[in-house]
Design a binder for this molecule. Structure first.
Ligand SMILES: NC(=O)c1ccc[n+]([C@@H]2O[C@H](COP(=O)([O-])OP(=O)(O)OC[C@H]3O[C@@H](n4cnc5c(N)ncnc54)[C@H](O)[C@@H]3O)[C@@H](O)[C@H]2O)c1
Length: 284
C-alpha cells in the first residue's frame, strides 16, 4: 500500500496506460481522480472495483477543464500528491512538408501544452505536500525519427525538456518532476483513429499484438502494466531521489539498430564480409 492516503490525478485514464495506472494506484491505497475526454470509459474504470477511483471529465486541450480537474481533486480530497500527465493520441500524421498549422497546433496542444498546463494548475494543490511528484508521459519517439509521425515526436521531445525545466522551477517547493518514455505498448492508441470498419480494427489489433511480441529485444509485447509500474516507482518514496529525469521503458527497442541484437537481421557487417571475400577472390 505505497499510496495510502495519497491523492493521484491521472489524465487519459479511460484506456490503456492511464487505465492500468488508475487501477494500480487505487489498489495501492490512493484516492484516484481519473479523468478522460471519454466519459463512458472513464466511468467504467471508476466502477472497476480496483479501489477508490473517482471520475471527472476533462479534455486536456481545454485549459479551463484542466484547471477545473485540479480544483475538483483538491475539493474532493484536500490536495494533490501525484499528477500523472498521460492523456494522448497520435496527432497529425503528415510529414513536415505536408502538415498544416492546424494539425501542428492540435498535436502540440494535446501532447505538450496539456502537460505544461496540468503542472501549472496542479501546482497550487501540490505545494507543501510531502513527497509530491509529477510524472509526464513522453515516448521513445523523443529519441529520434522512426517511431512516430513528426509532430508527435517533436511534442514528446518537448515533454522531456519541459520535465527538466519544471523540475528546476518546482525544486524549491519540494515537488519532483520526471518522465517516462514508453516503447511499443499494446493499447488502443494505434487503432483508435483508423477510419476503417470495426472488424478491420480488430484485425489490425491482432496483427499489432503479433508484431509487438518480437519488435524489441525483450521477447514479449509491452503492456500498459509495464508503464503503470514505472509511474508508481517514480511517484513513490522508492523513487524519491529521481528528479528531472526520464525512464525508458521499451524492452530495449532503442538500444541500437535491429541487426545489433537480432541475429536473423542482416546488418552493416554482412556487406563488409561479402566485400572482403570478393577482394580475396579477386587477389587469387
Ligand atoms: N502505446 C504506446 O505504444 C505508447 C508509446 C509511447 C507513448 N505513449 C503515450 O502514452 C499515453 C497513453 O496512451 P495509450 O497508449 O494508453 O493510449 P490509449 O488510446 O489507450 O489511451 C489514451 C487515453 O487518452 C484519452 N484522451 C485522448 N485525447 C484526450 C483529451 N484531449 N483529453 C483527455 N483525454 C484524452 C483517450 O480517450 C484515452 O482514454 C499517451 O500520451 C501516448 O502518447 C504510448
Amino acid at each position: 500500500m505505497r499510496f495510502s492516503g495519497k491523492t493521484v490525478v491521472i489524465t487519459g485514464a479511460g484506456s490503456g496506460i492511464g487505465e492500468e495506472a488508475a487501477k494500480l494506484f487505487a489498489r495501492e491505497g490512493a484516492i484516484v481522480i481519473a479523468s478522460d475526454i471519454d466519459e463512458e470509459n472513464g466511468k467504467r474504470v471508476a466502477a472497476s472495483g480496483a479501489g477508490d477511483i473517482r471520475f471527472k471529465r476533462c479534455d486536456v486541450c481545454d485549459v479551463s477543464e484542466i484547471k477545473a480537474l485540479m480544483e475538483f481533486a483538491a475539493a474532493e480530497t484536500g490536495g494533490i500528491d501525484v499528477l500523472f500527465n498521460n492523456a494522448g493520441a497520435g496527432g497529425a500524421r503528415e510529414k513536415i512538408h505536408e502538415i498544416d498549422a492546424e494539425g501542428w497546433d492540435r498535436t502540440m496542444d494535446l501532447l505538450l501544452r496539456a502537460v505544461a498546463m496540468g503542472i501549472r494548475y496542479a501546482f497550487p494543490h501540490m505545494k507543501g505536500r510531502p513527497g509530491a511528484s509529477i510524472v509526464n508521459v513522453s515516448s521513445v519517439a523523443a529519441v529520434g525519427p522512426g517511431y512516430s509521425p513528426t509532430a508527435y515526436a517533436v511534442a514528446k521531445a518537448g515533454v522531456l525538456h519541459l520535465t527538466k525545466m519544471a523540475a528546476a522551477d518546482l525544486a524549491e517547493f519540494g515537488i519532483r518532476v520526471n518522465a517516462i518514455q514508453p516503447g511499443f505498448i499494446m493499447t488502443n492508441i494505434f487503432t483508435r483513429n483508423l477510419e476503417v470498419p470495426e472488424e478491420t480494427k480488430e484485425l489490425a489489433k491482432g496483427a499489432l499484438r503479433q508484431m509487438s511480441s518480437h519488435a524489441q529485444p525483450v521477447a514479449r509485447s509491452g503492456e500498459p502494466r509495464d508503464i503503470a509500474e514505472a509511474c508508481a516507482y517514480l511517484a513513490s518514496d522508492a523513487g524519491s531521489f529521481l528528479n528531472g529525469t526520464s525512464l525508458l521503458v521499451d524492452g530495449g527497442l532503442t538500444i541500437g539498430p535491429r541487426y545489433s541484437w537480432d541475429p536473423e537481421e542482416p546488418g552493416v557487417y554482412d556487406p563488409l564480409e561479402t566485400l572482403e571475400e570478393e577482394a580475396k577472390q579477386a587477389a587469387i
